[in-house]
Every structure is written in structure tokens, then in C-alpha cells.
Ligand binder design. Structure first.
Ligand code: SAM
Length: 267
């Protein structure tokens, strides 16, 4: 593949910051991401969000004959991709506003790959969680700082509601850190590739999410005070003691299983 700078020049375009356009220039990383992505599951179709100039798309086509569907918001890039991959269906527009569920042929059979537009990291994860029953798995790249919040351990500054809600929905596998130099233009920080495997829908999902969100509403406050605000009819200090936890503990000290147990104790 030619260098993205030259392709963009030919299109009369330049990388758009507002669309988080940082294009992969490293064949090593394209291959590593695609190999990690294809190594899993019994999926039937592949979707790529934000294919850009097609670095990952080209690698996918060289490694699998499974059907691929593209979602790209940028008009000029969409036109370029249609010419480059004429057999590959492309949906032009914002992936987040499209009713993509209607393109799913069967449950648990779609695998999604995206060198993600960084400004959409959280909304994309939450959209995947909403529809996780149709997904076999997905691989996203994130700014390293954001990825650190997904994989954080209790009692660290990165640990919070995002970590726990992600754990409720998915098992994660870290596929490595991409240096800024793997992209054009180079972003200001490194990126992290993470593979997500959906878990079955939890029978108490809504309550667990409500407890987690309430627990982290005010980070400096004690867990019992935060929970009292949202669920006032419960004696939270007693419930924490019953679990062998200090009544003055803070939310960031509890692991996912402890939040799961707390959620079952709500009146
Ligand atoms: N996949 C390419 C690569 O690895 O070189 C490009 C990755 S670039 C980080 C992000 C891509 O997502 C850009 O092509 C951008 O135009 C596209 N994009 C940004 N927002 C989008 C959205 N809401 N829906 C679909 N594509 C989007």
C-alpha cells in the first residue's frame, strides 16, 4: 500500500483531526491486529468501522474469504474505498447513528474490527454492549490512557465505573501497544489493541449497573454515602459489614464480584 500521505494528496484531502484520522502505516501492526482478530471464534461476517484508506481491510481480504462490510463516515475516503474494494459493501455515515442491527444475519456471528476513532471510544463500547448478543467478538484500538481504565485493578486511580461495566459485559485480551510511529500522522500517545469477548447477559444486569454508577458518583465520598443517595431505603453500612467489608470503605476497593453481591442485596 502507498503511504497514506501520498494517497490523501491524490484525493485532495488531508487527515481530519475531528474524525480522529490517524492511518496505520505499519504492515507489521496491520498483520498483528488482523491475525489476533481472526484467531477467534466461529463468526460468519466481519465488519470494519472506520476503514480509512483500507490498511486493515486489505490485510483482512488477504487472510480470509469471509464477507466483509465497511462503515466509513468520510465522503472522500468512502469513494476511494468503493473504488479500491468494489465487491465490499460500504455504508457511508456515522456508525453510531445507523441502525446496523438490521444487517445482522444471525446471532453471535458478527466480528467487528476497528482502529477506532479515539473520540468515540466510550460510545462505541456502550453500543457494543447494547447489542452484544449478535457479536462473536470485537477488536478495538484505544489511546493507551483510555485502555488503562478498561483494564485497571481495584485501588488504582484508573479503576472505576468504566472498568466494572466493561467487566460485566466482556472478557478482555490485551493484544499489545502500538507506538505512535505506526500511524500517519503520529498521534500524541501510544495506542492499545484490545480484544473483547461478550459474556452472556447477566440476569441482574440493570441493578448491577445502577449500583456501580451510584458507587462512583462522587469519588471522594464513602461507598455507603454514595449508595444511600441512590438507594436510600437500604442500611448500607450493615450490608457492607455482612460482606466482611468496612462500613467506611470506598468504591474503588471493591472488585466486580463484590459489586455483584451488593446488587443482590438491594431492597
Ligand atoms: N482503519 C484505518 C487505519 O487503521 O488506517 C483508519 C483509522 S482512523 C484512526 C479512524 C477512521 O474512522 C477514519 O477513517 C475516520 O474517517 C473514521 N470515522 C470517524 N468517525 C466515524 C464514525 N462515527 N463512523 C464511521 N467511521 C468513522
Amino acid at each position: 500500500m502507498s503511504h497514506p500521505r501520498d494517497i490523501l494528496k491524490g484525493l485532495g484531502a488531508s487527515p481530519l483531526k475531528a474524525l480522529s484520522q490517524n492511518f496505520l502505516t505499519s504492515p507489521h501492526w496491520s498483520q498483528k491486529l488482523v491475525d489476533g482478530f481472526l484467531s477467534l471464534g466461529t463468526f460468519e461476517e466481519i465488519w470494519e468501522i472506520g476503514p480509512g484508506l483500507g490498511a486493515l481491510t486489505e490485510m483482512l481480504h488477504s487472510k480470509t474469504s469471509k464477507p466483509i462490510r465497511l462503515f466509513e463516515i468520510d465522503k472522500k475516503l468512502s469513494q476511494y474505498l468503493r473504488e479500491k474494494f468494489p465487491e465490499t459493501p460500504l455504508h457511508e455515515g456515522d456508525f453510531l447513528t445507523q441502525n446496523w442491527i438490521e444487517w445482522v444475519s444471525s446471532p453471535r456471528k458478527v466480528a467487528i474490527l476497528s482502529n477506532l476513532p479515539y473520540h468515540l471510544s466510550s460510545p462505541m463500547i456502550f453500543r457494543m454492549a447494547e447489542h452484544k448478543e449478535v457479536l462473536s467478538h470485537f477488536l478495538f484500538t484505544f489511546q493507551k490512557e483510555f485502555a488503562d481504565r478498561l483494564t485497571a485493578q481495584p485501588n488504582t486511580k484508573n479503576y472505576g465505573a468504566l472498568t466494572l461495566i466493561t467487566e460485566l459485559h466482556f472478557s478482555l485480551k490485551n493484544l499489545g501497544t502500538l507506538p505512535a510511529g505506526a500511524f500517519y500522522p503520529p498521534p500524541t500517545v501510544a495506542s492499545q489493541a484490545i480484544l473483547f469477548i461478550p459474556k452472556p447477559v447477566h440476569p441482574n444486569e440493570e441493578t448491577i449497573i445502577a449500583v456501580i454508577k451510584a458507587a462512583f458518583a462522587h469519588r471522594r465520598k464513602k461507598l455507603a454515602s454514595n449508595l444511600k443517595e441512590r438507594f436510600p431505603q437500604n442500611q448500607w453500612e450493615n450490608k457492607l459489614s455482612q460482606l466482611g467489608l468496612s462500613p467506611t470503605i470506598r468504591a474503588e476497593s471493591l472488585n466486580f464480584n463484590q459489586f455483584e453481591t451488593l446488587a443482590y442485596k438491594i431492597k
